[in-house]
Ligand binder design. Structure first.
Ligand code: MRU
Length: 341
């Protein structure tokens, strides 16, 4: 995988031979972004199966149960991680496998299939979302939701990329996204690669640009979406959604239906990761204040569903009211998957 901590200074690839190192790479944010960590964890499970020397199915399943717990603990908020690990575990337990090697082979093939499916899903979302962007629009974007945050192409940034590829003249304002600076470091790097016109802005400048009438649309991704359409995403998403409403600018979250967790009635039921406060005191080791100073570092927040003009998924743009329509979209996507579409 690409070591995202080195971007934009270096494009460095890292390889892992131990699933525990994959779990550490997810915790340390070598890889980050909900879809990317989901697929990484799926490959982590495939790797675990190869690491185990178990000859019998039962012993291999015991090993995989332990690997699943370790991988799932890596980060708590993005549902894609737990979803992918559980999905791989369920496949491994399928009764049709009577040889451990068959499970090893099936897990690797499934991880690759999930990776390929992620790219296809992103492109479908991008096509639906790009229809919301007009020629000449300026779009405010939060965090990084592009090719780095997914297997390829991206969710919200994928929508922007599609509009750009369609020849629309657009401009993007990239929130720098403190404290890990995913917007400034990663989204700006992606825009550089793709030739998309952009400016990085301090997170605190979003309201300034909106109030001046310089923003036509607000787009961000999601780490987990509750049944009612509340969106848990990178810290700071909530405040820009509220500012967008105040300034009558449409705000959309873009995510695959695999990011929806219908078991959570609303966003407040979703666990929010609180990361080490040293990331606030000294981002990337660059000390802003002495390390004895007090700080808090919630990594995500909840944007209540009422702030969204719509939710963009691979099966289309969902307009409010969301609860029933979101459940229908999830069902539709699952049926398409079963039919192999
Ligand atoms: O902490 P991160 O960088 O993993 O958070 C990422 C986000 O919040 C993204 O917006 C979300 O995962 C969607 S990415 C396609």
């Amino acid at each position: 995988m690409v070591d995202q901590r080195q971007i934009p200074w270096q494009l460095q690839f890292v390889e892992y031979n131990d699933y525990r190192d994959v779990a550490a790479a997810i915790s340390d944010m070598v890889v980050r972004g909900a879809p990317a960590i989901g697929v990484s964890a799926a490959f982590g499970m495939a790797l675990a199966a190869r690491q185990s020397s178990a000859k019998y199915v039962g012993n291999l399943l015991d090993f995989l149960d332990v690997a699943a717990v370790i991988l799932k603990k890596a980060r708590p908020t993005a549902v894609n991680l737990a979803w992918a690990v559980d999905h791989m575990l369920a496949l491994a337990r399928d009764e049709r496998f009577d040889r451990a090697d068959d499970i090893r082979e099936a897990l690797l093939a499934e991880a690759q299939r999930l990776a390929d499916a992620d790219v296809a899903t992103n492109k479908r979302m991008a096509e639906h979302g790009a229809a919301l962007i007009n020629d000449g629009d300026t779009i405010l974007h939060h965090c990084n939701t592009g090719m780095l945050a997914t297997v390829d192409y991206g969710t919200a940034l994928g929508v922007i990329r599609m509009a750009h590829e369609q020849g629309k003249q657009i401009h993007v304002l990239l929130d720098e996204t403190r404290p890990r600076l995913q917007g400034a470091r990663l989204s700006a790097w992606e825009c550089e690669q793709l030739g998309i016109p952009y400016d990085i802005i301090p997170d605190t400048a979003a309201g300034y640009f909106m109030r001046r009438g310089e923003v036509n649309l607000v787009l961000f991704g999601a780490d987990r979406v509750a049944a009612n359409g509340d969106v848990v995403n990178k810290i700071g998403s909530y405040q820009i959604a509220v500012l967008a409403r105040e300034n009558r600018i449409p705000c959309y979250s873009v995510f695959p239906t695999s990011t929806v967790d219908l078991s959570k009635a609303n966003g407040d039921e979703i666990p929010i990761e609180e990361r080490d406060p040293s990331e606030v005191r000294a981002p990337y080791g660059c000390a802003i204040v002495p390390e004895t100073y007090h700080a808090r570092n919630p990594a995500f927040d909840v944007t209540p569903q009422k702030y969204f003009a719509g939710l963009v998924t691979e099966v289309g743009v969902i307009l409010p009211p969301f609860t029933e329509r979101l459940a229908q979209a999830v069902e539709r996507a699952q049926n398409e998957l079963l039919r192999g579409e």
